[in-house]
Design a protein around this ligand. Structure first.
Ligand code: NAP
Length: 299
């Protein structure tokens, strides 16, 4: 129950109603018997400044930021951490003495999920599909961890821009992109170890779509990481398993970026298991209501 001692965290985005974050964080607060509450702050385009003022006025301890505001909040921050500056997006705000400090936990959350699933990126080669906001964090994380990256995106210019941006950061491993004159059939697929889907293809309600054409067999030594987590079992993951490759769904990244944010706000470690169970519970409930697509793999 919220009372005047409750410490508040909010989610800034538009729309935000389907987010798993309130269930995930409120379960973690409850497990630690903390009087904290994570709520939604639906913020239409153009209203970012008003929401940030509201956070300060009502004494919020922090916030998450999601689509479409991860870049729009940057000019309003009093301080930006290196992670957010380099990636060019803020997904976590910590409020200290009325000052807004912007961080990005997506890159570290992705790496934590990848390693938790048993894939160590150092010295490996990744093919990343997509060049949007999530791809920025993934490419930065992989190159920083010593994994060379090739970006393949529908809009080639965006892939080139992202590669150039990341190359300038002087990270450990090279980042290139697939030029317009090249198709998947020109790539030596067996040279890669990791395929990451950072596009929105395969997300509910378009759950029958996959960013990977069936006509290109996946090498069985691949690890396939799909950032999409609704549905938990995407068509891309099914294709990977059918090819004998290892398949990892996007829920782990969501949970780990959340756990890192939780620690920044509270100074406490959240239980990954509690967060995961809360997310799975919501997804299963929604599946029953027809709000998600496939039978989830709760493995
Ligand atoms: P975004 O900035 O809008 O980028 C979307 C990307 O998908 C772009 O590269 C876009 O290509 C590509 N794309 C969209 N429709 C396509 C199609 N029909 N065919 C080929 N490519 C297509 O979105 P985002 O924020 O990066 O999010 C991408 C996905 O990652 C979403 O599913 C999101 O839910 C997921 N995500 C997951 C986590 C997690 O914690 N697991 C975190 C963040 C995001 P163009 O450049 O050509 O438009």
């Amino acid at each position: 129950m919220i009372n005047r001692d409750t410490q508040l965290i909010g989610l800034i985005g538009w729309p935000v109603e389907h987010s798993l974050s309130p269930a995930m964080h409120n379960a973690a607060f409850a497990a630690l018997e903390m009087n904290w509450h994570y709520g939604l702050l639906p913020t239409p385009p153009g209203a970012v400044q008003a929401t940030l003022s509201r956070l300060k006025k009502h004494g919020y301890r922090g916030a998450n930021v999601t689509v479409p505001h991860k870049q729009a909040v940057i000019p309003h921050m009093d301080e930006i951490a290196d992670s957010a500056r380099v990636i060019g997006a803020v997904n976590t705000i910590v409020i200290q003495e009325g000052r807004l400090i912007g961080y990005n936990t997506d890159a570290d959350g992705f790496l934590a999920a990848l390693r938790e699933a048993g894939f160590e990126p150092a010295g490996r080669r990744a093919l990343v599909l997509g060049a949007g906001g999530a791809a920025r964090a993934v490419v930065y994380a992989l190159a920083g961890a010593g994994c060379s990256v090739t970006i393949y995106n529908r809009t080639v210019q965006r892939a080139a821009q992202l590669a150039h941006h990341v190359q300038k950061q002087g990270l450990r491993s090279p980042v290139t992109w697939v030029p317009i004159t090249t198709t998947l059939s020109d790539l030596e697929l067996s040279d890669f170890d990791l395929l990451v889907n950072a596009t929105s293809v395969g997300m509910w309600p378009q759950s029958d779509a996959s960013p990977w054409p069936d006509s290109f067999p996946m090498p069985s030594h691949w690890t396939v990481y799909d950032l999409v987590y609704n549905p938990m079992e995407t068509r891309l993951l099914a294709q990977a398993r059918a090819a004998g490759a290892r398949a990892i769904g996007g829920l782990g990244m969501l949970i780990h970026q959340g756990a890192l944010a939780f620690e920044m706000w509270t100074g406490m470690m959240a239980s990954i298991e509690v967060m995961r169970a809360a997310c799975e519970r919501v997804l299963v409930e929604r599946m029953g209501q027809g709000v998600t697509g496939h039978q989830p793999d709760l493995g």
